[in-house]
Write a protein that binds this ligand. Structure first.
Ligand code: PLP
Length: 435
């Protein structure tokens, strides 16, 4: 064993040698806070990893998982199911935009994305249009770490070490430029970026394109809200050319923008939608793909005894995940989380934008309860300033995420106005200290 190692753990997206020197270990969590193994209490401004939307340790969710574990530990989802899976699917379809009627369960966002891409291709096959295999993603898009999701993602450094990915993939540009800096909510300008899709379709032949996948608000890539009218335009172009539109709502789902889904916040309905994270409040791994009734129906034309979609996972619709998901939906309803977010989001966005006078700040992008404070890059030390800011925030009792030059914030959605003030006061103080 490496003498530096403290354990056999190889953690995801983690500089292991640094981690082993100074591991950040958490012992417990409640509401808006984590407590480390050393007893340091920190305000969680990341909602875990954009997932604990209803706050940590929600009693109803904990109890539902406990009850399910004692009653039905596992049942296959292949050719059988259980009542909670049916209820979970029905309840998701009920809160989804009209038309997204069917639900396919996975165990993560990555699996949801790969599933959606496969459904998109198979849909065209099922209709006898086998030429449509190409997939279009977008610059700075993050769609998980499966080979499919990675292929359509728009973050090059994440692809570097893994050899050839899916061919037949193209990317839209990010709808952003320096003129859109410091937008509060959706930028008013920039819908024209959607026209890049027309150019891509021309280059690749629209009759060979299966689907376009975008995050309605780019998340991990740095929080970029869609300009007003941009998603509508993507929808129109996809419709005109018979291309499916997939929204990856792994981050934007479950209240982050004050609605169940970004599709509703922006008034644009995709053909397929991918979900995870907030689906179970992060308490049990689960993902899902919402599928439009018309896409689903295209699969139902063959012989009745045939499996229509040769795809799935051992743990699809796991009983514990369904129990956690149903309880999460109930908690959202009970606490009125969407309405709360709509109420506090303007406070959040204004508090974020107030940091613009800081000399080290390059841009601030805030929408719903999401925000990226982009810092100016230090010469020859990319990301170093953001990393130092995040560490100092942590020492001051605030957990934020440093991602490249960005400080990214996505707190649990039960956040109070006082806690919003505390987050941005702390960040301001730290930015004052960090050169
Ligand atoms: C938009 C988006 N899609 C997919 C994923 C992948 O989800 P998972 O890590 O659960 O596989 C993420 C994770 O952050 C995400 O933000």
């Amino acid at each position: 064993m490496n003498p530096m190692s403290t354990s056999a753990l190889w953690a995801p997206f983690t500089p292991m040698r640094q981690f082993n020197r100074q591991p950040m270990l958490f012992e417990s969590a409640e509401g808006m806070h984590y407590t480390t193994t050393e007893g340091h209490r920190v305000l969680d401004a990341m909602a875990g990893l954009w997932c604990v939307n209803a706050g940590h340790g929600q009693a109803r969710i904990v109890e539902a998982i406990r009850e399910a574990a004692g009653r039905l530990d596992f049942v296959s989802s292949f050719k059988m199911s259980h009542p909670a899976a049916l209820s979970m699917a029905d309840q998701l379809a009920a809160i989804a935009p009209a038309g997204l009627d069917k639900v396919f369960f996975t165990n993560s966002g990555s699996e949801a994305v790969d599933t959606a891409l496969k459904i998109a291709r198979a849909y065209h096959q099922a209709r006898g249009d086998s030429r449509r295999t190409k997939l279009i993603g977008r610059a700075k898009g993050y769609h998980g770490m499966g080979f499919g999701g990675l292929s359509v993602s728009g973050i090059g450094r994440q692809k570097r070490d893994f050899g050839p990915l899916l061919g037949d993939v193209a990317h839209l540009p990010l709808p952003y430029d320096a003129g859109l800096r410091f937008s509060n909510g959706q930028p008013q300008q920039g819908a024209h970026y959607a026209d890049a899709l027309l150019q891509l379709l021309e280059v690749h032949d629209p009759a060979t394109v299966a689907a376009v996948i975008v995050e309605p608000v780019t998340g991990s890539g740095g929080v970029y809200a869609p300009p007003v009218g941009y998603l509508q335009r993507l929808r129109e172009i996809c419709d005109r050319h018979g291309v499916l539109l997939i929204f990856d709502e792994v981050i934007t789902g479950f209240g982050r923008l004050g609605h169940s889904f970004a599709a509703q916040a922006f008034g644009v309905t995709p053909d397929l939608m991918t979900l995870a994270k907030g689906l179970t409040n992060g308490a049990v791994p689960m993902g899902a793909v919402l599928v439009s009734g018309s896409v689903y129906d295209a699969f139902m034309a063959g012989p009745e005894q045939a499996i229509e979609l040769m795809h799935g996972y051992t743990y699809s619709a796991h009983p514990l995940a369904c129990a956690a998901g149903l309880a999460t939906l109930a908690v959202h309803e009970e606490l009125g989380i969407n309405a709360h977010v709509r109420q506090v989001a303007p406070v959040w966005q204004s508090a974020a934008l107030a940091l613009r006078e800081q000399t080290s700040v390059q841009d601030i992008r805030a929408i719903g309860l999401l925000c990226a404070v982009e810092l100016k890059s230090r010469e020859n030390a990319p990301g170093a300033r953001a990393a130092e800011v995040a560490q100092r925030c942590f020492d001051a009792g605030l957990l934020v995420r440093a991602s490249g030059e960005n400080i990214v914030l996505s707190p649990p959605l039960i956040i109070s106005e006082e806690q919003i003030a505390l987050i941005f006061d702390t960040l301001q103080r730290v930015l004052d200290q960090v050169a």
